[in-house]
Design a protein around this ligand. Structure first.
Ligand SMILES: NC(=O)c1ccc[n+]([C@@H]2O[C@H](COP(=O)([O-])OP(=O)(O)OC[C@H]3O[C@@H](n4cnc5c(N)ncnc54)[C@H](O)[C@@H]3O)[C@@H](O)[C@H]2O)c1
Ligand SMILES: [Zn+2]
Length: 362
């Protein structure tokens, strides 16, 4: 399946097909004017990176592999600097193609390096986690975390292509698959009730990694994301902002826990329950919605409460420092029903506090 991300001269395609990775060399060759570099993790080098390098070599493309340690904590300036220096020392010029092979961490980090090394080199995303295949690899948001918050340094920098091979999910640890499902459920909630219902009915088959099921869900999410990105590349009109459903609480949780305990999707799962509850308190969201979300997340093995190590103040504090928070205003994407959402500005702090308080595990 080919899905186009329509952005005038920055348009590109998302190619989705099981087994696609073995043809990657042929697909990448036309995009490559010089040497190529694959940014990935050690384990993914063994699983896929070495073969990818061989398939590029078959096309006469000389390719190096640069590795980063797995984990959110690699998404920082220190790692970026090491990569810049490896590129500089390897005499990589502006014709270099950077290929990110991995999850959102490698994609965000590699995309940021590509956006800045020599003022910008081309890059291609080859996402290998469900989360990156449905979300992180598409749309050109690249960046790094600071100790002060997630994604505080970054750019809008579109890839030349996104290559999605759902069969790579076979090796993905189940906890990461569940984490990606949180974002899939998010798309259903904010935009597409039919998607939400279909995840409800095929959840078991997704959790057992049935290839056809995964592929069709990935295609659906990519279509939705491509649409929002085309409408609102730079996240200005509010269209793309809806993708942040569950993320205001979610990012605050991740930050308050120093990016250690929860995976991104797990934090988003908690955040979606919190946002539903907040919406109900504010009279925007119908009362039955929280329960329905909670049930599905539970079945998907995702957390639905905030960790007990958190305090209300820690959550609120982390929220105020989120880059999307305008000075001292709390903005939230809330559900009008399952499948429809909108950005609500300047939500009363008291309601946010109550929500956090009620959802912190006792
Ligand atoms: N740019 C965006 O628009 C956007 C959107 C959503 C999330 N993100 C970012 O994405 C990041 C999270 O990404 P993630 O959830 O993909 O986590 P991740 O990149 O940390 O990958 C998860 C783990 O799975 C391993 N892995 C990846 N693919 C594998 C495979 N096929 N088989 C076996 N192991 C595999 C990785 O080595 C890693 O340890 C966060 O930093 C988040 O901020 C960015
Ligand atoms: Zn997310």
């Amino acid at each position: 399946v080919r899905i186009k991300v329509d952005l005038k001269e920055r348009s590109y395609s998302i190619e989705i097909e099981s087994g696609l990775l073995k043809d990657a060399g042929i697909m990448l060759a036309p995009k490559c004017r010089g040497r190529a570099v694959i940014l990935t993790h050690p384990i993914l080098t063994d699983y896929y990176g070495d073969n990818l390098r061989l398939s590029l070599a078959d096309q006469g493309i000389d390719t190096d592999i640069i590795q980063a340690q797995p984990g959110e904590r690699s998404k920082r300036l220190q790692t970026a600097e090491r990569i810049y220096r490896q590129l500089a020392q390897g005499k990589y010029d502006r014709n270099t193609l950077l290929i990110t092979l991995g999850g959102g961490v490698v994609g965000d980090l590699g995309g940021f390096v590509a956006s800045t090394y020599l003022r910008g080199i081309s890059f291609i995303q080859i996402p290998t986690t469900l989360l990156a295949q449905v979300d992180a690899s598409i749309g050109g948001k690249v960046g790094l975390d600071l100790p002060d918050g997630k994604n505080l340094v970054g750019a809008f920098y579109q890839p030349q292509m996104v290559i999605i091979d759902p069969s790579t999910l076979k090796t993905l640890p189940i906890r990461h698959l569940r984490s990606g499902l949180a974002e899939v459920i998010k798309y259903g909630l904010i935009l597409d009730a039919e998607l939400f219902n279909s995840v409800e009915s095929v959840l078991d088959r997704l959790l057992t990694k049935e290839a056809d099921m995964l592929s069709s869900v990935i295609c659906e999410c990519c279509r939705l994301k491509a649409q929002l990105v085309s409408e609102d590349e730079r996240d200005i009109s509010g269209s793309r902002a809806r993708l942040n459903f569950g993320h205001t609480f979610g990012h605050a949780v991740e930050k308050a826990l120093d990016y250690r305990l929860t995976l991104h999707g797990e934090a988003v799962a908690m955040g979606m329950v919190a946002a539903a509850r907040l919406g109900i308190k504010l009279g925007v969201t119908p009362p039955t919605v929280e329960e329905e979300i909670r049930d599905l997340l539970n079945r998907a093995g995702l957390p639905v409460r905030l960790p007990k190590s958190l305090t209300v103040d820690a959550v609120l504090d982390a929220m105020r420092h989120d880059k999307k928070a305008e000075t001292n205003k709390l903005n939230f994407v809330l559900l009008e029903r399952i499948g429809a959402s909108r950005l609500v500005l300047d939500v009363p702090e008291q309601a946010v506090r109550e929500t956090a308080k009620e959802l912190i595990e006792i």
